[in-house]
Each structure stands twice: as structure tokens, then as C-alpha cells.
Design a protein around this ligand. Structure first.
Ligand SMILES: Cc1cc2nc3c(=O)[nH]c(=O)nc-3n(C[C@H](O)[C@H](O)[C@H](O)COP(=O)(O)OP(=O)(O)OC[C@H]3O[C@@H](n4cnc5c(N)ncnc54)[C@H](O)[C@@H]3O)c2cc1C
Ligand SMILES: NC(=O)c1ccc[n+]([C@@H]2O[C@H](COP(=O)([O-])OP(=O)(O)OC[C@H]3O[C@@H](n4cnc5c(N)ncnc54)[C@H](O)[C@@H]3O)[C@@H](O)[C@H]2O)c1
Length: 465
């Protein structure tokens, strides 16, 4: 690493230890470029996903579902939180050592702030430092939005997802504001741990993008599990009492209230840009608060890129990773790859069983002018998939939306055990033009969940003539 009059020089300076930035850092470091990666918190080496996001929450899904009826709720929960924290520590250390252990890469711990378009100052554990980067990557992620509800900001029982998963006391009653990805996943996790859960969603319904049959199947599972979904609601007030917090809300013109022991804010996340002093760098921010980027992820300063949640794109770890491919293509490739190249990007909502989706819904496909064939089955009736019975999870359904003329797979919604894996096969098939008939007639291992495709794709429930 070149040290020139107290200024550290880097070929590549990465701000934030997110997925995309660390992938570029590792690749550029391996090519012999000097890389400095600045992360503001020693608890966040590796970024949101392995520390406070995907990994711990999916580990909690796993632990919550392993609880036996005879286990004490609190003991099981506390043990689970401990095990998940041990796992995240392991991943955190691995992330730090993996990068900092490279001769060409240095991880600096502290808050980064632009001084000019090429210079960043760092305050914190390793600071004060000044770092000059030829190329700079902003990869600072996102943070929870706390809605402007009276009492919410100051309530001692309001928590973010990060705070909740680190608290070893199970809230007997959990209120969740927001019924999106976070809200529904946490509702499922905490219900399985034994909390009474109420979700307050402002929109008229949850999963509005999904077809009615799919969202009805999800809602049936959630409500059979005892999760209360309050939709089309406005939370009016959050009121701390000595023993509980009262959530006052309005639904259908009537005021109601519910007492809870903890309130999880799950109302969306916004890009982290506030402390970066982007004005000093001449980097523009969009009206929605994200770093403005073009399809190659270059900001208004072409040597400064933004990757992951901070650029206002879809907030998923695999999108941040894909951002790294675009940036690497700019730095060392032929520079043709863009955000527009992404097709058939799948998503999974990790309730139990998970809901994984890709492509168009039936409604969207018709709206786009396709004549549609729908193949669908409840999981319990898929004879070719004994795995559902083997793992004792026969709830859910699988649905494929197929072009009735070309046999092209337009989309799928899989509410099923292993759906988070299955959907990647469907997405790959869609990307490579494999038809519904080909996917149906493929040879799959037995007993596996993929075998379901042999049955479901042959079970046409309606087709447009
Ligand atoms: C509870 C939860 C569960 C999720 N589950 C999933 C899931 O199952 N699957 C999925 O794909 N996605 C999931 N997500 C979303 C996913 O975690 C994010 O989309 C992804 O982690 C974003 O990564 P990133 O590269 O944008 O940056 P991040 O991983 O968010 O990293 C940004 C880093 O920048 C640091 N930083 C910020 N400002 C500064 C500064 N000024 N100086 C230095 N460092 C700074 C932060 O401390 C942080 O470590 C989940 C999110 C949450 C909150
Ligand atoms: N499995 C996954 O891939 C996964 C899991 C968790 C989070 N994430 C990512 O993290 C992002 C953030 O998750 P999220 O669930 O916070 O955001 P979200 O945008 O998915 O959902 C937020 C929900 O809160 C509702 N809402 C907003 N203000 C409200 C209010 N005042 N009262 C009631 N409801 C309100 C919105 O209508 C929306 O349904 C997601 O968009 C997703 O990209 C992904």
C-alpha cells in the first residue's frame, strides 16, 4: 500500500463492506491492484446480509421450525439467538480475514466521508485517515425507515430487525408495522418461536403483486398458524405503558387498539447516504435519496460507482453481487454489461414454507397480451413429489404461467418446501428458452422437490383459447 504524505493511495477505494463492494475488492486485489475498503462498524464486516440480514434471519427460521412443543419458548429462543450470533461472528471474522488477509487489500474501520471527488476522510477505530482513490465504490447499503407515527420514535419497545434478532428475550406479543418482506418473514419466525404476532399493513392487502390464488394460499397458511394480519390500516399512535405498548390503529373508519411487548418497524429501507458528504464529491442523489447511477452503475462522477441498496435498485444481496459484475466489467472487462441485462430474477419470501417467484404473474401475463396456460397443483397432491411427505411439509401450491402459443415459461410462483432452490432452476430455464414441456419432461433425482415439475407442468387448470 502506498503511503504518500499521510494520504493512503488506493487504486480502488470501497466505502462500505457490502456484497458488491467486497466482491470487487477481492477480484481487484487478486489482480494486484491496491484496494482499501472502509467499514464503519467492526460488527458489520461482510455487510448487512451475513451480520444482521439474510443469514441470521434464515438461521432463525431454521431454529424456530426445529422447536418441539415440549421446549420452553424462552429457553429455546434464547438458545437460538445465541447460536445465530455465534454463526454471524464466524461469518464476520471470515469476511474480515478473507479480504484483509490479502497483500493488496486493507480493511479500515471507521466512518468514511468525502472531502473531494477523489479523497475520503475516515474517523473511527482506525482513524483519522485520509484515503485517495482512483476509482471509488459507494456500497453503504440501506437503513430502516421509521414512519412518522406519534410515539413511535420514542417508544422504548420499538425495535428494528437488527435490534430484535439480537435480543435474547422472546416478546410474548409482537406487533409488526409493515407486511412486506421483512414484516412477513419476522411474523413467521416469531410465531414459530411462540410469540403472538399482529402485522399492521397500510396497503389493502399483503402480496399485492401476486395472483389472488397465490396470495390466498399464503394468507391461509399464515392465519392457520395464528398470525393476525391487519391490512388497509393506518397506525395512529404508539403509546408506552408500564407493562405494554398500545398500538392504536384505524381500519374501515373505526379505531382499534392492541397491546404488545415489542413493536418491530418493517416499513421499508432507504439508502444510506446522509453522512457521506456527497456534495463534496459532486455525486448526485435521486429524489428518493439514492445515489443516482447509469446502467453501468457510474454516478454523476464517472470514477465513482454505487453498488447495492444505496443505488436505489432492488434490495437483495444477489442484486448487489450482480452489481459487482457490472462494475468489474467496467473496470477490467469490455464494459458492455448493464443492469438491463437482468432477466428472470427470482425472489424468495422466507416464510414457512417459502414463497419463491419469478417472471410474470398470470394477471401480468394477460395484461401484456399473452394467451396463457396455467399449470398448478396443491403440494399435497403432487404425486411425483414424495419429498414433501418425507420432510412433513405438504402445505402450499405450485403454479406456472406459460405462453399458450409458444410453450415459453412466463413465470412461476412456488409456495413449497425447497421453493428457494426450485425457483433457480425455473429462472435458468426461462433465461435459456427451455420450454414448459422440456422442463416437465426432464429427468430429476428421486426423491427430490424438483420432481414436482414432472407433475405440475402437466396439470393444466386453465388455458386461453
Ligand atoms: C433482516 C433482513 C433480511 C434480509 N433477507 C434477505 C434475504 O433473505 N435475501 C436477500 O437477497 N436479501 C435480504 N435482505 C436484503 C439484503 O440484506 C440487502 O439487500 C443487502 O445486504 C444489501 O447489500 P449492500 O451491498 O447494498 O450493502 P450492505 O451489506 O448493507 O453493506 C453496507 C455497509 O456499509 C457500511 N457503511 C454505511 N455507511 C458507511 C460509511 N459512511 N463509511 C463506512 N461504512 C459505511 C455499513 O455499516 C454496512 O456494513 C435482507 C435485509 C434485512 C435487513
Ligand atoms: N427474503 C428476502 O429476499 C428479503 C427479506 C427481507 C428483506 N428483504 C429486502 O429488504 C427490503 C426491506 O424490507 P421491508 O419489508 O422493510 O420493505 P418492503 O418495501 O418489502 O415492505 C414494507 C411494507 O411496509 C408497508 N408500510 C410502509 N409504511 C407503513 C405504515 N406506516 N404502516 C403500515 N405499513 C406500512 C408498505 O406498504 C410495505 O408493504 C425489501 O424490500 C427486500 O428487498 C429481502
Amino acid at each position: 500500500m502506498n503511503i504518500d504524505s499521510d494520504v493512503i493511495q488506493a487504486d480502488v477505494l470501497v466505502i462500505g463492506f457490502g456484497k458488491g463492494g467486497k466482491a470487487v475488492a477481492a477480484q481487484m486485489g487478486a489482480l494486484g491492484r491496491t484496494v482499501v475498503l472502509v467499514e464503519r462498524s467492526q460488527h458489520m464486516y461482510g455487510g448487512t446480509c451475513p451480520n444482521v440480514g439474510c443469514v441470521p434471519t434464515k438461521a432463525l427460521v431454521h431454529h424456530a421450525n426445529k422447536r418441539r412443543p415440549e421446549d420452553s419458548l424462552q429457553d429455546w429462543y434464547e438458545r437460538s439467538v445465541g447460536e445465530v450470533q455465534a454463526l454471524t461472528s464466524l461469518f464476520r471474522a471470515g469476511n474480515y480475514d478473507g479480504l484483509n488477509g490479502m497483500d493488496t487489500v486493507r480493511v479500515v474501520t471507521g466512518q468514511a466521508r468525502f472531502e473531494d471527488p477523489h479523497t475520503v476522510s475516515v474517523q473511527g477505530q482506525d482513524g483519522p485517515l485520509t484515503i485517495r482513490g482512483e476509482t471509488i465504490l459507494i456500497n453503504t447499503g440501506s437503513e430502516p425507515i421509521v414512519p412518522d407515527v406519534p410515539g413511535l420514535q420514542n417508544s422504548s419497545r420499538v425495535v428494528t430487525s437488527t435490534q430484535l434478532i439480537e435480543t435474547s428475550t422472546l416478546p410474548p406479543r409482537l406487533g409488526i408495522i409493515g407486511g412486506g418482506y421483512l414484516g412477513l418473514e419476522f411474523a413467521s419466525i416469531y410465531r414459530h418461536f411462540g410469540s403472538e404476532v399482529t402485522v399492521f399493513e397500510a396497503a389493502e392487502d399483503i402480496l399485492r403483486r401476486e395472483d389472488d390464488d397465490v396470495s390466498a394460499a399464503v394468507k391461509a397458511i399464515l392465519s392457520e398458524e395464528g398470525i393476525s394480519l391487519v391490512t388497509g390500516t393506518q397506525v395512529l399512535e404508539v403509546d408506552d405503558g408500564p407493562a405494554a405498548t398500545t398500538i392504536v390503529y384505524e381500519q374501515d373508519g373505526t379505531k382499534h387498539s392492541t397491546d404488545v411487548d415489542a413493536v418491530l418497524v418493517a416499513a421499508g429501507r432507504r439508502p444510506v447516504v446522509d453522512d457521506l458528504n456527497l456534495e463534496a464529491a459532486g455525486v448526485r442523489v435521486s429524489p428518493r435519496g439514492a445515489v443516482e447511477v447509469d446502467e453501468h452503475l457510474r454516478s454523476s462522477r464517472p470514477h465513482i460507482f454505487a453498488l447495492g441498496d444505496v443505488n436505489g435498485g432492488p434490495q437483495f444481496t444477489y442484486i448487489s453481487l450482480d452489481d459487482s459484475r457490472i462494475v468489474l466489467d467496467q473496470l477490467i472487462g469490455d464494459g458492455t454489461r448493464t443492469t438491463q441485462d437482468r432477466v428472470a430474477v427470482p425472489h424468495t419470501l422466507f416464510i414457512t414454507p417459502p414463497l419463491a417467484t419469478v417472471g410474470l404473474t398470470e394477471t401480468e401475463a394477460r395484461a401484456q397480451g399473452h394467451r396463457v396456460t396455467v399449470a398448478s397443483q396443491p403440494v399435497a397432491e403432487i404425486i411425483a413429489m414424495p419429498r414433501a411427505y418425507v420432510v412433513e411439509e405438504t402445505r402450499g401450491m405450485m403454479k406456472f404461467v406459460i405462453d399458450a402459443v409458444t410453450d415459453e415459461i412466463l413465470g412461476a410462483a412456488l409456495l413449497s418446501t425447497d421453493a428457494q432452490e426450485l425457483i433457480n432452476t425455473v429462472a435458468l430455464a426461462m433465461r435459456h428458452g427451455i420450454t414448459a414441456t422440456e422442463l416437465r419432461n426432464s429427468v430429476y433425482t428421486h426423491p427430490s422437490s424438483t420432481e414436482a415439475f414432472n407433475d405440475v407442468l402437466g396439470t393444466v387448470i386453465r388455458t386461453d383459447r
